[in-house]
Design a protein around this ligand. Structure first.
Ligand SMILES: [Fe+2]
Length: 343
């Protein structure tokens, strides 16, 4: 017997699901989240108990504080964005009371590795990305010295940076392949939609609306929607741009059990300057690398050592030790790099 789709939230598909035309809508093992349930509903697909299974329980270690806070925030923001999708209104009180305190707590002296690992999207990128950018921006705000009031203002703006996507048709938002030029032009409008939605919401300010408008603008003028240059992009928008790029990059790539963010940090270091704000990128990379001091690393020549010091002028190439008395300064060895961080 088929089940109301909402009863199946959080279950996992046992088989590939096709629509009436024979097109694959969801593969076996996909998690039935709100977004996927909506897609199945729109395609008129019914499922029975035979089609789904409960997720295997995570065994072993208790969850860390950062993980719990991130999971709770993702769950909450998923409900909130569902509501926004239907009503096109932002429930600011709920966000202020039930999401922002968790983000602030998660970013207060966290274990960065645990925090950033919890933010990595599995198959729930659409919603986890909002919390990912909210958390990373708030962390950056703390590192850049923002005080309480400004920090929570930034936190709200970062969490809502993509709220305009709730006005983009689902078939474009979830299109698995490449968007056509016309579809991409519409997609870019999420910045303008978000600006208008935040401006129309009581309890927000203009700066928060600007973050939605400007988070895809780039320092060299290569961004959208207006292609404005460095001087015209608000500081909070520049912070959120760095967080947005970083979270999108770590979520798209399937690194193994090594610190997944190391390769991404390296990529931002190599490619991010010019498009992103150099000072913010620098603070981000330096703090992230600092958190890896003491960790074991595998170098590109196959040797293993421990990071013992980060150079302020060259954070990606630290001092590494091999045993008691052998040191290697990667900043003086251009041919050698860290390949991965071993956790
Ligand atoms: Fe965006």
């Amino acid at each position: 017997m088929s089940r109301p789709l909402n009863d199946l939230l959080g279950k996992q598909l046992k088989r590939d699901v096709f629509n009436k035309m024979g097109v694959l809508v969801a593969p076996a093992a996909a998690l039935l989240d709100h977004m996927l349930l909506r897609i199945l509903e729109a395609q008129g697909i019914n499922l029975t108990d035979e089609d789904v299974q409960s997720l295997p329980r995570a065994e072993g270690r208790p969850k860390k504080k950062e993980q719990v806070l991130v999971e709770e925030s993702v769950e909450k923001i998923t409900d909130i964005f569902q509501e926004i999708f239907h009503t096109k209104q932002i429930p600011m009180n709920t966000i202020q009371e039930q999401v922002i305190p968790k983000i602030l707590q998660a970013t207060d002296h966290p274990n960065l590795f645990v925090l950033f690992s919890s933010l990595q999207a599995k198959d729930d990128y659409t919603y986890r990305h909002n919390i990912g950018v909210g958390v990373i921006s708030t962390m950056l705000g703390r590192w850049l010295g923002l005080k309480d009031r400004e920090l929570s203002e930034l936190s709200v703006a970062a969490t809502l940076h993509d709220v305009g996507k709730m006005k983009i048709p689902l078939d474009i938002l979830n299109k698995p392949g490449k968007l056509t030029a016309a579809e991409f032009d519409l997609m870019k409008k999420h910045t303008l939609f978000g600006y208008d939605m935040i401006k129309a919401t009581a309890g927000t300010n203009h700066r928060q609306a600007l973050v939605a408008l400007q988070h895809h603008e780039r320092q060299d003028g290569s961004g959208y929607p207006y292609g404005v240059e460095a001087g015209k992009i608000d500081f909070h928008s520049r912070i959120v741009a760095v967080a947005d790029v970083f979270h999108a990059m770590t979520s798209k790539r399937a690194y193994r059990d090594a610190a997944p963010f190391y390769m991404t940090l390296r990529e931002i270091y190599q490619n991010g300057f010019g498009e992103l704000d150099a000072k913010i990128v620098y603070v981000f990379l330096a703090k992230m690398m600092q958190s890896l001091v003491g960790n074991e690393v595998l170098l590109t020549d196959g040797r293993r050592g421990h990071i013992i010091m980060i150079h302020p002028h060259d954070p990606m190439n630290p001092l590494v030790s091999f045993g008691e008395e052998t040191f290697l300064d990667l900043s003086k060895e251009p041919s050698l790099k860290i390949d991965q961080v071993i956790v």
